[in-house]
Structure formats: C-alpha cells, structure tokens
Design a protein around this ligand. Structure first.
Ligand SMILES: Cc1ncc(C[n+]2csc(CCOP(=O)(O)OP(=O)(O)O)c2C)c(N)n1
Length: 514
C-alpha cells in the first residue's frame, strides 16, 4: 500500500467518505487509490471554488466532515473564497493539497508555490506530510482537528513522493470529541438578566438554530418575555410551520440598529456580539445599544443545546409552550415580478423538507417573513460575505441530502462566480432547483455607494455596478452545462416553473427577469 492509499483508507475509516476534487499531476496517486478503496464517493468540480463550496454545503447538511482534493498553491488559492465562508461557518473540511515531490521542490518547477501561506488564512490546522509512512497518522490528526467543536478547516499538504512511496496502512481514528459543557456562572448570569424585567434578546447561532435549540429558546422566551433572534447570516437554521421562528438582525445598518434598539441584555448562545457588516461614516460598529449588557451563555465550541436546557430548567421554562410559526401561508402572487411577489410565491411553494441556499442578496431581503410558516425547511446562508457561494453549496447539500429538494436563491452577479456548479449538478443528477434573480446589476453596491457617503458618482462608477451590456443569458449557460432551464417574465410563469421544477427529478434552473 502506498501513502495515498493509506490516506484514503484512513479517511474512510474516519467516516470522511465524500471528496470533492479538482486534481492535477501531483494528486494522481490519490486519484488512483480511489479505485482500490471502497467507500469514498468522489465528485468532480470544474473550478476549485465549486469544490470548496460543495464541501461546505455537504458538511453543513450531513453533519460530518467533507474532504477536498486540490492542486498545489494555485488550486487551493482558487478555492480560498469559499473556504473563507466555510471557516466563518465553522464547517469541518479536510483539504488534501498535492505538492511537488520533496526532492523536486528545490528545483523551482513552474507550479512551485508557498502552499503553507495560502493555507494559513483559512486553516485552523495544517501540516505538510514528510514521509509516506506518516501520511495515515497525519490524516487521522486532521480528522480529529476538524471534528473538534465547533468545527474548523484542516489542510494536509501531500508531497507527491509521500503519496507514491510505501506506507504501513491506515491509521486509527480517535473518537469524535464532544462539545464542552458550560459552567454554572454563565447560567446564573443569564438567569439574572432574564429575571431583571428589562428587555432581553436571546441571540442564537450554530446548533442552537436547529429544532431542539429553537424549541428551548422559544420556551425560555415564552416564560420570560425575552425575544429570540439569529445573527444576520446563519450557517443553517431550521424553520417553517410548527417550529419556533427566529427573526434575523437585518443587514442594512439603519434597520439593524433599529431592530436592536431598546434591548438592555443580549444573551449569546454560540453567537458573537452583533457587529455591523461594514463600517459606515458616522455609524457605530457595534449594533447593541450603548449601555446594553452582553452575557455569554455559551461560546461556539460549547454544548449550546445543553446550555439552553439548563437555562430553561433554572427558569422553570421547560413546561411552557413556545410560540410556534403558524401564520397563514401566503398565496402565490400574480402579475408583475417584484421582490415582494417572489417572496409570497416562494413562501407558498417551498416543498416539504426543502433545503434553501440563500444568496438572493437585495432581491431576497424580504424573503424571511413570507416563508416563516412555509412547509418545514432549512435555510442556509453565507457567513463569510464572499459571494459565489450558493451554487456550490447547493451541490454539496444535495449530495448530503439525496431525499430532499435543494433550492438555490441566487443573485445574477453572485451566480457568475461559480456558475460551473451547474455542470456538477447535471453530472451527479442532483435535485437542485436554481432560481436566478436577473436584475442585471450589483444592486446591493448601488445602495452601499450612498451608505458610505461616496459623492459625485458618475458614469464610470455606475458602470462598475451594472452587469448588463451584454445581458447574461442564464438559460443558454445552464443548458450548455446540461441543466434544463427557462426564463420567466410574469409571476404566473414563475409559479408554474417553480412548482414544476421542485417536483422534477434532477437539476433545473429558472431565470427570473427583474
Ligand atoms: C468575492 C467577493 N467579491 C466581491 C464582493 C462584493 N460584492 C458584494 S455583493 C456584490 C454584488 C452582488 O450582485 P448580485 O448577486 O447580482 O445581487 P444584487 O446585489 O443585484 O441583489 C458584490 C460584487 C464580495 N462580497 N465578494
């Protein structure tokens, strides 16, 4: 057995059994090992941003790590933006990055680069294997690193000779470590704040946004009068009819400040103290009102659900019924296409147990309210702000959840970063419906231009925010990658195409004319 095979065997033994790849010569022994080892599913992406984003989507939805296979520094670098997003979401990903053979590096061949430096900015753990006989143990250490709560990225750099030389076999993978439990002081402080009679907000993140955590937070809120919210962007939130609804802090700075005005206590459950996405002249960076107190009930790496259970017990809230989402589900909208009418139709037509990947940017700002009581679903967002996230994420999510419909809500500008994800969706026959909001503009940046106080904006500046001339034809792009597509110009057409799309096996795409 060579080093590459010992690596694949160790990954499979550690239940890391899906690998998103874009290989090159230095990774050929890993690729060859795939046919000698059962149990590793390999998925090809045609750009590394697709590979790393798909790994993120898979790991978020499968609740276990994904692997990537990337080609030296440039391959890893191409995947960096979506690794950044994954890191912000604490997604467990193991990057296997091939390198030149150890003895070849000193000759400075064309693909020689400083892989360690590229890896460092996104990796909580990284190592360069020095010997084929240590590769398996290095892989086991990488698995232990990424599965340490709350999750992180590990990068294992594999010089080609450590892949092809003889190895001893797979390494033993340690038991997954469990999140640590919070201490009594944190609970006591939260109890004091919630009993103070002053307005309090329970801010949830991570695992606290799944059904159990939301249910407990809802009971605590019903008992104490506190409000429950998620951060502006969340890795994965379970929501819809019959679940405890959590609003989110709005993105636009003025709305964000207004939504938090009046709270005296912020109880953080895996969340960070709320901060503005950007600085704006004359506006605060921190969103909590001056004088408000921040109480950390649980840090991201701690057991968030246990923390909420303990808090609920202390407050006598376990037996209190939470307020559940039970609004009337909207009717599909008709007539002209607007962001509001799209929200209503999506709210009406989300199929049961769907996974929504949200990169709808300005078009989707209002989608949360009309989907509050839609059929139960997961809502997945970009926590790192680097766009080109949703189509790769959807690809990985669909591989993790073959029995669920994945719906990508995507801005046209964001779509163009990683549009090749459609090809992987077609090749793997994934049940993904992509909705492209074709406003032919970087609309959010038009708002930001005013928000940051830029003056005397002229034609050259506006041209940098306009993505028409030529107009992108997403129907042609999609068909060219094997994904059936249509363009809709009325809400009636949207309703018909969306309802059919989420029912039709395999991927499809709808370009929405805005
Ligand atoms: C990697 C990266 N490059 C650039 C940006 C800056 N940026 C933020 S939003 C945006 C445009 C989004 O356009 P689109 O997806 O069409 O949504 P819209 O704003 O039109 O609603 C850009 C370029 C970014 N966030 N990330």
């Amino acid at each position: 057995m060579n080093g590459a095979e010992s690596l694949v065997r160790t990954l499979v033994a550690g239940k890391v059994d899906v690998c998103f790849t874009n290989p090159g010569t230095s990774e050929m022994h890993f690729v060859a090992a795939l046919d000698r080892v059962d149990g590793m599913r390999c998925v090809l992406g045609l750009f590394e941003g697709v590979v790393t984003g798909a790994a993120d989507g898979y790991a978020r939805m499968a609740d276990k790590p994904a692997a990537t296979l990337l080609h030296l520094g440039p391959g890893l670098g191409n995947g960096l933006a979506n690794l950044h997003n994954a890191q912000r979401a604490a997604t467990p990903i193991i990057n296997i990055v091939g390198d030149h053979a150890t003895y070849h590096r000193r000759h400075d061949a064309p693909l020689t680069s400083d892989i360690e430096t590229v890896a460092r900015s996104v990796s909580g753990w990284q190592r360069t294997s020095s010997d084929s006989r240590t590769v398996a143990a290095d892989a086991a250490a990488a698995i232990a690193a990424v599965t340490t709560p709350p999750g992180q990225i590990a990068t294992l750099i594999l010089p080609a000779d450590t892949a092809w030389n003889e190895a001893d076999g797979a390494a033993t993978v340690a038991e997954r470590s469990k999140p640590v439990r919070i201490g009594a002081d944190a609970v006591a402080e939260a109890v004091r704040a919630l009993r103070s009679g002053e307005p309090a907000l329970i801010l949830l993140a991570g695992r606290a946004l799944r059904h159990n955590g939301l249910d407990l937070a809802g009971r605590i809120a019903a008992r104490t009068g506190a409000r429950v919210m998620g951060q502006t962007f969340n890795a994965r939130m379970e929501r819809g009819a019959g679940r405890v609804p959590a609003e989110r802090i709005p993105y636009p700075i003025d709305q964000a400040l207004a939504s938090l005005k009046g709270f005296r206590h912020f109880i953080l459950v895996g969340a960070k103290p709320p901060v503005a996405f950007f600085a704006y002249p004359g506006k605060p960076s921190l969103l909590s009102p001056e004088g408000a107190e921040i109480h950390v009930l649980a840090r991201p790496e701690e057991d968030l659900v246990h923390a909420l259970e303990w808090l609920a017990d202390e407050l006598g809230a376990r037996g209190v019924d939470p307020l559940l989402a039970a609004d009337a589900v909207p009717q599909p909208a008709t007539g002209k296409i607007t962001p509001e009418s799209l929200g209503l139709s999506i709210g009406a037509l989300i199929p049961d147990n769907a996974v929504i990947i949200d990169e709808a940017i300005t078009t989707g700002r209002g989608f949360f309210a009309p989907t509050r009581s839609s059929r139960p679903h997961d809502w997945v967002q970009n926590m790192g702000g680097s766009i080109g996230f949703a189509m790769p994420l959807a690809t990985g999510a669909a591989i993790a959840c073959p029995d669920r419909r994945v719906i990508t809500l995507e801005g046209d500008g964001s779509a163009m970063y990683t549009v090749q994800a459609l090809w992987t969706q077609a090749r793997e026959s994934l049940d993904v419906t992509t909705v492209i909001f074709a406003n032919r503009s970087y609309a959010v940046l038009r708002h930001e231009l005013a928000n940051v106080g830029a003056r005397n904006v002229g034609r050259k500046a506006l041209d940098m925010l306009d993505i028409g001339r030529p107009d992108l034809d997403f129907v042609a792009l999609s068909r060219g990658m094997g994904v059936p597509a249509s363009r809709v110009e009325t809400m009636e057409e949207f309703n018909a195409q969306f309802a059919a799309g989420v029912r039709t096996p395999g991927p499809n795409l709808i370009e929405v004319a805005l």
